[in-house]
Design a protein around this ligand. Structure first.
Ligand SMILES: C[S@@+](CC[C@H](N)C(=O)[O-])C[C@H]1O[C@@H](n2cnc3c(N)ncnc32)[C@H](O)[C@@H]1O
Length: 268
């Protein structure tokens, strides 16, 4: 790592309000939902005894899934302290506290020695960085030689109509908005990973609701309804909600999909 180009203090207020709202609701998501997570799993091939890093773990849905299904150890990190509390609660409810460890950390400066993990994943997290290739290399740094880095992001599968492109960027504080598949492919190609994976998958509204339902239990829904109605009493959260989730374009699924990217770490 050649010095950190970002100041933790400078994380935009907009981003942190958005992340805190999601943490209060108690639910985080990524496009592609369970289908995208399963594709990351195929790439990283987690096994019992492996240690996997989940960067930007949110409320811990992916990390707990990996621990429960594959018996691997998972360390989840997230910039939002409330997400980490939520993730710890989730691990407790699911009975996997022996296998998971959650802590607050920034993806630009992971608090781990080089070549530590067997694999690293991130689900809808790199989009919040201003230097995405730098973050890919930071994930690669903490993975052992020959280990895999894999991540998923929302992508434009065709150019959105004028004025629609930046609605999520405005709301969620994505510095460059949603990127295209080619832009993500170029980011990974410029990184220290080899045998690069770059796959784009369009989704329909119906497929996407199935993808999301696959990673959300009935119990999760009830909890997030409760969290939502509590959070929405606060004006700053109401405003984020209105400008983001509330203003999703109706024909969104004509343009949106998810990409899966990654590769193998070949050298330190
Ligand atoms: C869209 S949510 C996705 C959460 C989770 N991966 C999932 O799929 O449910 C993005 C997450 O990235 C976290 N995040 C944003 N910037 C970060 C940073 N610089 N370092 C670590 N985590 C970050 C946010 O706090 C939030 O939990």
């Amino acid at each position: 790592m050649n010095g950190m180009p970002f100041d933790l203090q400078k994380i935009g207020k907009q981003q942190s309000t958005y992340f805190n709202l999601l943490a209060e609701i108690g639910h985080t998501k990524h496009f592609g939902g369970l289908a995208a997570t399963k594709r990351l799993v195929e790439i990283i091939k987690p096994k019992p005894g492996h240690e996997v890093l989940d960067v930007g773990c949110g409320v811990g849905i992916g990390a707990v899934f990996l621990a429960e299904k594959f018996g691997c150890r998972v360390v989840g990190v997230d910039i939002t302290p409330r997400m980490i509390q939520r993730a710890q609660d989730r691990a407790q409810r699911k009975g996997v506290t022996e296998l998971v460890d959650f802590r607050v950390a920034d993806m630009h400066a992971l608090p781990f020695a080089g070549s530590h993990f067997d694999a690293a994943i991130a689900e809808s997290v790199l989009t919040f960085s201003q230097d995405k290739t730098y973050v890919v290399n930071e994930l690669a740094r903490v993975v052992k030689q020959d280990g895999m880095v894999a991540f998923t992001e929302a992508i434009w599968v065709r150019p959105p109509p004028e004025g629609k492109a930046d609605f999520m960027a405005r709301a969620g504080g994505m510095p460059e908005g949603i990127l295209t598949h080619e832009e993500w492919r170029a980011i990974v190609a410029a990184s220290n990973l080899e045998q690069v994976v770059a796959e784009a998958t369009p989704v329909t509204a119906r497929q996407e609701s199935r993808n999301q339902a696959g990673r959300t239990s009935f119990d999760d829904y009830i909890r997030s309804f409760g969290g939502f109605f509590k959070a929405i009493t606060r004006p700053e959260y109401r405003q984020v909600f209105r400008s983001a989730i509330g203003s999703t374009p109706r024909d969104f699924y004509k343009y949106i999909g998810y990409g899966v990217y990654g590769g193998r770490k070949i050298a330190n």
